[in-house]
Ligand binder design. Structure first.
Ligand code: AMP
Length: 446
C-alpha cells in the first residue's frame, strides 16, 4: 500500500498530514499528488468527500515550497490561485491550506463577498503565496486594482461544474485573461458536462486526466431510502424520525430559502434545535450555524443546495432530502455530504406525490431504484393529485423573514431574481442565464 511518504512530499507536509490522522492516501490523492508534482495540467473527476482538497493542496504546497520565489519582491506575490464557487468552500479550502502548510514558510489568504473588502485589501497588501477566492469578489479586487495576479504559477478551479452552474463562466474567463500565460492549471469537477469539456479544452494544455468514483455515480457506501409521505406531513415525519431514531446531527435540504426558514420554525416547535443556511443569511449567520452544527451543539442544519456546497463535516451520519432537488445531479451532491472519505452514512428522502417525476429522474440518473419504505402513521394518501412544484420562494416569502402580514411591499412583490441560490429550472425549461446573473448574481454570492 502506498503511503504519503512515498509520494514525494516534504517532511513538513507529512508531519501536518500525520497530525490530521491520515494514514493512507485516498484514491484521488494517490493519482492527483504525483500528477500535480509533474507541473503539468490536470483534469480531475472527483466528487466531494473523496479527499480531493488534500489531493491538490498537498502537491501545490510542495511545488511552491521548492519553486524559487521572487526574493526581490517587496511583498510576497500570489503564486497560487484557487477559485471556488461558494464562500463556505473558499473558507474551508483555505483552512485546509493552512492546516497542511502549517510547518512551511508559506502563507495563505481567502477572499469572498458578503464581508467587508478592506481587511482583504490589507491582506493582499501584506502579500500571500496562496490565495483562495470566489470569482465575484476576486473581480471586485481586480476592478479596484487591489490585486496583482501577474506572478500566478498555479491555478486551481475547484468544483468547476458548480461554478459553471452558478453562472461564473464569464467571470472565470475575465480572470483567466489576467493570469500569466505560462502556468499550471488544475481543474476539479464532479461531473463532465459539455460546458466543462469546453472549458477544459480552452484552459488545459495536454492535461493528465484522472477520475475516481464513476461519473455521475452515487457514493457507494451511502445507504439510500425514500419515505413516501403526504405533502403536508413531511415536517411531522421528519421530527418523528429525528426523535425516534435519535439522530443527533442531521443535514436537511430544502428546495427554497423560504422552505428552509419555515422548516426551522416547525422543528423548533417540535423541540429540535435547528438553523437555516442559505444565500439570504448574512455571512456571520452562516458561519455561526455551520460552526455550531460541526461542534454538535446544533442538531439540525437546514440548507439549500448552493449554501450546502463546501460543507465539510467528517462522517456526517444523516442527510435528509426534505424536498427532492430539481436536478438529479444535486441529489448526488447532497447525499455526498454523508459517508465522506469512506465512512458509511444514510441518506433519506421524504417524497410526496408532487415529486414522483423528480424521483424517477434521479433513479434514472443514478441507475438504480431507491428502497421505498412507508413509515407507519405517515402513510400517504394514494388518491392525492400531484400539484406543480414551487421552484423558488414566492414574492412575499422573503427568506430570513416571516411572510408579511400586510400586503407585500413593492420590493417584496418583485419576482425573486433567479440568483445562484435559487434552484435551477427543472430539466426541459430553458435556463435563464441572464436572470441568473442579475442583481443577486455572482457578485452577491462571491
Ligand atoms: P474533500 O473531498 O476534500 O472534501 O475531503 C473529505 C474529507 O476527507 C475531509 O474531511 C478530509 O479531512 C478527509 N480526508 C482527506 N484525505 C484523507 C485521508 N487520506 N485519510 C482520511 N481522511 C481524509
Amino acid at each position: 500500500m502506498t503511503t504519503f511518504s512515498e509520494l514525494g512530499l516534504a517532511p513538513e507536509i507529512l508531519r501536518a498530514v500525520t497530525e490530521q490522522g491520515y494514514t493512507t492516501p485516498t484514491p484521488i490523492q494517490l493519482q492527483a499528488i504525483p500528477a500535480v508534482l509533474t507541473g503539468e495540467d490536470l483534469l480531475a473527476g472527483a466528487q466531494t468527500g473523496t479527499g480531493k482538497t488534500a489531493g491538490f493542496t498537498l502537491p501545490l504546497l510542495q511545488r511552491l515550497h521548492t519553486m524559487p520565489s521572487n526574493a526581490t519582491a517587496q511583498r510576497r506575490p500570489i503564486r497560487a490561485l484557487i477559485l471556488t464557487p461558494t464562500r463556505e468552500l473558499a473558507a474551508q479550502v483555505e483552512e485546509s491550506v493552512r492546516v497542511y502548510g502549517k510547518y512551511l514558510p508559506l502563507n495563505s489568504g481567502v477572499i469572498f463577498g458578503g464581508v467587508g473588502i478592506n481587511p482583504q485589501i490589507k491582506l493582499l497588501k501584506t502579500g500571500v503565496d496562496i490565495l483562495v477566492a470566489t470569482p465575484g469578489r476576486l473581480l471586485d479586487h481586480i476592478g479596484q486594482g487591489t490585486i496583482d495576479l501577474s506572478q500566478v504559477k498555479v491555478l486551481v478551479l475547484d468544483e468547476a461544474d458548480r461554478m459553471l452552474d452558478m453562472g461564473f463562466i464569464r467571470d472565470i474567463r475575465k480572470i483567466l485573461e489576467l493570469l500569466p500565460k505560462k502556468r499550471q492549471n488544475l481543474l476539479f469537477s464532479a461531473t463532465f458536462s459539455n460546458e466543462i469539456k469546453e472549458l477544459a479544452d480552452k484552459l488545459l494544455n495536454s492535461p493528465n486526466m484522472i477520475e475516481v468514483a464513476r461519473r455521475n455515480s452515487t457514493v457507494e457506501v451511502i445507504s439510500q431510502k425514500i419515505h413516501p409521505v403526504n405533502r403536508d406531513g413531511k415536517h411531522t415525519l421528519l421530527a418523528h424520525l429525528i426523535h425516534t431514531l435519535k439522530w443527533s446531527q442531521v443535514l436537511v435540504f430544502t428546495r427554497t430559502k423560504h422552505g428552509a426558514n419555515k422548516l426551522v420554525e416547525q422543528l423548533e416547535k417540535a423541540d429540535i434545535t435547528s438553523m437555516a443556511i442559505h444565500g439570504n443569511k448574512s455571512q456571520s449567520a452562516r458561519t455561526k450555524a455551520l460552526a455550531e452544527f460541526k461542534e454538535g451543539s446544533l442538531q439540525v442544519l437546514v440548507a439549500t443546495d448552493i449554501a450546502a456546497r463546501g460543507i465539510d463535516i467528517d462522517q456526517l451520519p444523516h442527510v435528509v432530502n426534505y424536498d427532492l432537488p430539481n436536478v438529479p445531479e444535486d441529489y448526488v451532491h447532497r447525499i455526498g455530504r454523508t459517508g465522506r472519505a469512506g465512512a458509511g452514512g444514510e441518506a433519506v428522502s421524504l417524497v410526496c406525490v408532487d415529486e414522483l417525476k423528480l424521483l424517477a429522474d434521479i433513479e434514472k440518473f443514478i441507475k438504480r431504484k431507491i428502497v421505498s419504505e412507508v413509515v407507519p402513521g405517515f402513510e400517504p394518501d394514494l388518491n392525492a393529485k400531484p400539484q406543480p412544484i414551487q421552484l423558488r420562494s414566492q414574492p412575499g416569502q422573503r427568506s430570513g423573514q416571516r411572510a408579511p402580514a400586510k400586503p407585500a411591499s413593492s420590493s417584496a412583490r418583485r419576482p425573486a431574481a433567479a440568483g445562484p441560490n435559487h434552484p435551477r429550472p427543472h430539466a426541459g425549461a430553458a435556463p435563464n442565464t441572464a436572470a441568473r446573473r442579475s442583481s443577486s448574481g455572482s457578485r452577491g454570492r462571491g
